[in-house]
Design a protein around this ligand. Structure first.
Ligand code: ZN
Ligand code: ZN
Length: 264
């Protein structure tokens, strides 16, 4: 089993990171992709601690749309921070990056500039992108379609409908489902869980956020990713173990042919 997206370097884990990692391993989570905010020194020191505790963790670095405002008119500074983070962490992906028009923490045009530049950087470096998009579907796809060279990647914490999932699949992206898929009212998302092809499906916690049922409302952690796999398995008429093995393969494929994420 893998957790394709979590924030283990977040302050929420500062006090008990070792116990969180131990519970993840006990739950059979062999690897996790840890998302880091570019230029955040606190997170990079937590990442160092995390790497010592869990050598199999992998990293992704990017400027989140919520943080894009700090780079208004300074897109090249954003790229410097991402390049620096990728080199320092040995990151295998650029993200999370994207557009968030729900919170609009940064002006949209700034979000777009910072997003588009990071997509181009990912293309240049040959790395996949981890996409965060909220209420910005058309603009997000416009950027990804315009990208030259084309980039590969994943829509993390996918919350769209089947039609949006088709658009993601049409550009060969992965669709990653979070604990939201376990929420009682998430019927449309469970339809998505049923239709995504086996070679395009991922699961994640997005910990510390979005704990799945029955942990809903508490701090989330990678050990809970099995609950997401269970519910996805139910709607696909397969076992959680079946989901675990296919998402493990898929994360390996996403992060590149040179990286073995198979269970030792
Ligand atoms: Zn996100
Ligand atoms: Zn996230």
């Amino acid at each position: 089993m893998v957790d394709s997206h979590c924030h283990l370097a977040d302050d929420a884990f500062a006090d008990d990171l070792d116990a969180v990692v131990a519970r993840a391993r006990e739950a059979g989570v062999t690897r996790a992709l840890c998302i880091l905010a570019a230029g955040d020194e606190k997170e990079s020191s937590s990442a160092e601690r995390l790497r010592a505790l869990w050598p199999d963790v992998r990293f992704s670095v990017g400027v989140h749309p919520h943080q894009a405002g700090g780079f208004a008119g300074r897109t090249s500074a954003a790229l410097d921070a991402v390049r620096g983070g990728i080199a320092a962490e040995g990151a295998l992906a650029v993200g999370e990056i994207g557009l968030d028009y729900h919170y609009d923490f940064a002006p949209r045009v700034v979000q777009q500039n910072v997003f588009e530049a990071q997509v181009a950087l990912a293309g240049e470096l040959g790395l996949p992108v981890v996409i965060h998009t909220r209420e910005a579907t058309d603009d997000t796809f416009d950027v990804l379609r315009r990208a030259r060279p084309l980039v590969r990647g994943v829509f993390h914490c996918f919350t769209g409908d089947v039609a949006m999932a088709r658009r993601a699949l049409d550009i060969d992206f992965y669709v990653s489902l979070s604990g939201i898929v376990t929420f009682p009212r998430a019927t449309a998302l469970r339809e998505v869980a049923a239709m995504v092809p086996a070679d395009r499906l991922l699961v994640e916690t997005d910990a510390p956020y979005l704990a799945p049922v029955p942990h809903r409302g508490k701090r989330n952690e990678p050990a809970f990713v099995g609950r997401v796999a269970e519910v996805v398995g139910e709607v696909r008429f397969t076992s959680a173990a079946g989901i675990a093995s296919l998402v493990t393969r898929n994360l390996e494929a996403l992060l590149g042919p040179n990286v073995s994420l198979q269970t030792a």
